[in-house]
Design a protein around this ligand. Structure first.
Ligand code: IVH
Length: 701
């Protein structure tokens, strides 16, 4: 066998292997996502996928369009191509009442001239309509509805949806057909996405950045996701899709029901909520059943769809200009309820912000009992002119917290009480303040207002700060109510005896229920140990943990690097702080204010004496490269703060002198250095380094 044959053989083998892996992995994908019955481990699956990825990279010419590697995304679409639909994508007529639905049934009966027909009822999924074109059983194109006649080609994005088969399972199928359905983001996935935004916003707040807005609802998010250019992000969003229509030129199926069976067998995700109904009364039963039960589903629904089952009867009925005559939708009522406003209470956040909360007569709304709704701030109460005892409208959109959307002033009783907004903090009785131009009231008592203190300690012990894992919010609350701690420093004065077998009561915020709790010996040990361990946490994280407004993780790192010790940071002026690379006015102001507060200084002294680290540790890579050398630093630098540069010299064992003499080895010269210094250095024959030569010197050693 000569070299070329060997090469061809390897190539042929690779082709076969790629084909085999593609089929196998697609099958496992189906078993995992559709059947929930995996037959191999995730680990084995990943290994096979990696093998396929490797082969496809080596032999891109053999990569199949239905390769499971397309699921992870990576393809970037700059402009979505417009494609004309083979069959127009129509919408459905809407009905809102049972009378209208009875009229629809009458029209069907009249149109067909018989009462021998049946319906298939389905849920109306609230997502984004999609049309999938299959050629020889392989997904060829995925197109949005667009204007109904033409839509956008979003194939790369749709291929990342795990439950959409890239190649169908069944053997006998028409060469070309189309499948239509609804892409959606499962409710859980949607809340997860918003949770991530909330976490990111905490970080942004700490860094003085404007918060990102939460995603409004699952449908808009789905629509936005499908139009993203980077399919890898689409893949990470974990969209799903229910299919509900089949179309071809051959009239392959006699009924809609048969076509749904075909879709199921072919590996499509068909919601198992559809039902065959013989009469309009059975349709009403279906509506009543799902109006309640739909809240248990993973997908948002906003109504039901009623379709004539027989395809030939569908053709007989035909279409109007916009809608099919053989189908209609029935919309569920908007998810709102009427209830009584019993009271308004006020919550204090960790920053001291006050939020008014509506305490409602419990009412069933969108499948859950609602007792409270947010009223945002004093302006909102004024805008609604809502009074205690009023009958109010509560609505729940895609959002988690219900809203009061209106007041029924007609039914207002004479006893309804006007709301007098609180002027004192409900937790600590301090007079509230409201800054110019801000809607929110604040409690200024940072030191002793319980929710603020609790919030600060929670932040201090969190993972990115002191990482005291064995302590949770409930235990901290217990310590606070027992008077064991008042601030961060007190944590380090706790002894095993203080907390072992500590009994305290926990009050549930909403129900007011009281639970007795006690700290067992083992957890007492763990708590003391993890507090002790936290003393080793490096300075930058301690600084972050202090919770100085706008000092997030990265800002804390920058400040620590620049000032090296807390003492230098605390005596730094506003000007010195804004001079640090990427530190703005807001942060500098906040840092200065923090260290001007004697309470904070006392607390820091407490943490210091407990042994926490308030100085940047000598980093690895520091050394004695500049040992025995004396430097003079002058002027301003682009990539270093001046102090930062001095610290680097010191970290390398060099000495800093303020004036040039015969003992000076180097003059590090920035912008704006005075000419006298240069002259003196020249006359003494001292090497002058600009910023980049200084860096070189540093890196060479
Ligand atoms: S059948 C000829 N079935 O509602 C119309 N549509 O206005 C074929 N939808 O564009 C549509 N769930 O986006 C049908 N089970 C279902 C549906 C459904 C949601 C959406 C779809 C369609 C719109 C109708």
């Amino acid at each position: 066998v000569n070299g070329i044959d060997l090469f061809l053989m390897k190539k042929e083998e690779a082709k076969i292997r790629i084909e085999k892996l593609t089929e196998e992995l697609n099958h496992h994908n189906y078993l995992y996502y559709q059947k929930s019955e995996p037959t191999i481990s995730d680990f084995d699956f990943d290994n096979l996928l990696k093998e396929l990825e490797g082969l496809e990279k080596q032999y891109p010419e053999f990569k199949l369009s239905h390769s499971p590697t397309t699921r992870v995304g990576g393809d970037i679409t700059k402009d979505f191509e417009t494609i004309v639909h083979t069959y127009p994508m129509l919408s459905l007529g809407n009905t809102y009442s049972k009378e209208e639905l009875t009229d629809f049934d009458g029209r069907i009966k009249k149109g067909l001239g018989t009462d021998d027909y049946e319906y298939i009822c389905e849920l109306k999924f609230d997502g984004v309509a999609i049309s999938l074109k299959y050629e020889n059983g392989i997904l060829d194109k995925a197109i949005t509805r667009g204007d109904g006649t033409k839509g956008d080609d979003i194939t790369a994005n749709v291929k990342t949806i795990r439950t959409i088969p890239l190649k169908i399972n069944t053997k006998n199928y028409p060469a070309s057909f189309e499948v239509r359905g609804e892409v959606f983001m499962p409710k859980k996935q949607f809340s997860k996405l918003n949770e991530q935004v909330s976490i990111e916003n905490e970080q942004r707040e700490a860094e003085g950045k404007a918060p990102l807005t939460l995603y409004a609802n699952a449908r808009n998010t789905t629509s936005g996701t499908l139009k993203m250019q980077d399919s890898a992000i689409v893949s990470s969003r974990k969209l799903d899709c229910y299919l509900y229509s089949y179309l071809d030129d051959l009239n392959t199926f006699g009924t809609h029901e048969e076509s749904l069976h075909f879709l199921e067998q072919s590996g499509f995700n068909v919601s198992q909520t559809y039902q065959k109904c013989q009469t309009i009364d059975e349709v009403f039963d279906y509506i009543n059943l799902w109006d309640q039960k739909r809240h248990e589903l993973s997908v948002e629904t906003d109504g039901i769809v009623i379709k004539v089952n027989s395809i030939s009867q569908q053709s007989e009925l035909g279409f109007t200009a916009k809608n099919p005559r053989w189908a209609i939708s029935f919309k569920f009522k908007a998810e709102s309820a009427i209830t009584t406003l019993n009271d308004i209470t006020y919550q204090v956040g960790r920053t001291g912000a006050i939020t008014p909360v509506a305490e409602l007569e419990p009412v069933l709304l969108a499948g859950t009992t609602v007792k409270r709704a947010s009223l945002h701030n004093a302006n909102e109460i004024e805008r609604l002119d809502v009074r205690i005892g009023d009958s109010v409208n509560v609505e729940k959109g895609g959002e988690i917290i219900p809203k009061i959307t209106g007041v029924n002033t007609n039914s207002r009783s004479n006893d309804a009480k006007k709301v007098i907004y609180i002027s004192e903090c409900p937790e600590c009785k301090t007079a509230l303040i409201r800054k110019e131009g801000e809607a929110q009231h604040y409690c200024p008592n940072k030191e002793t207002c319980p929710p603020q203190v609790l919030g600060r300690i929670e932040h201090f012990i969190s993972r990115n700060a002191m990482n005291i894992e064995s302590l949770g919010p409930r235990t901290i609350k217990g310590f606070l109510t027992k008077g064991l701690i008042k601030n961060l420093a007190d944590l380090y004065h706790l002894s095993f005896e203080d907390i072992n077998n500590l009994q305290f009561e926990e009050v549930d915020d909403t129900s007011g229920e009281v639970t007795k709790r006690s700290i067992k010996e083992k957890s007492a040990h763990n708590i003391i140990e993890s507090i002790e361990n936290s003393k080793k946490i490096p300075f930058e994280r301690v600084l972050f943990g202090l919770g100085i407004r706008y000092v997030g993780k990265t800002v804390a790192e920058k400040l620590a690097q620049h000032f090296v010790t807390i003492d230098r940071l605390k005596s730094a002026s506003f000007e010195e702080i804004v001079a640090v690379h990427e530190i703005g006015d807001r942060i500098a102001e906040s840092v200065v204010a923090y260290f001007n507060d004697p309470e904070n200084m006392k607390m820091i002294e407490g943490l210091k004496s407990a042994g926490l680290s308030f100085e940047v540790e000598k980093k690895e890579g520091t050394g004695d490269a500049f040992k025995g050398l004396t430097f003079v630093v002058s002027g301003v630098f682009e990539t270093f703060g001046r102090d930062e540069l001095k610290n680097v010299i010191k970290q390398q064992g060099g000495k800093i002198s303020s004036s040039i003499s015969s003992k000076t080895n180097y003059l590090v010269a920035g912008e704006n250095m005075g000419p006298a210094k240069k002259e003196k250095a020249d006359s003494l024959g001292i090497t002058i380094l600009d910023e980049s030569s200084f860096r070189e010197l540093l890196q060479n050693d």
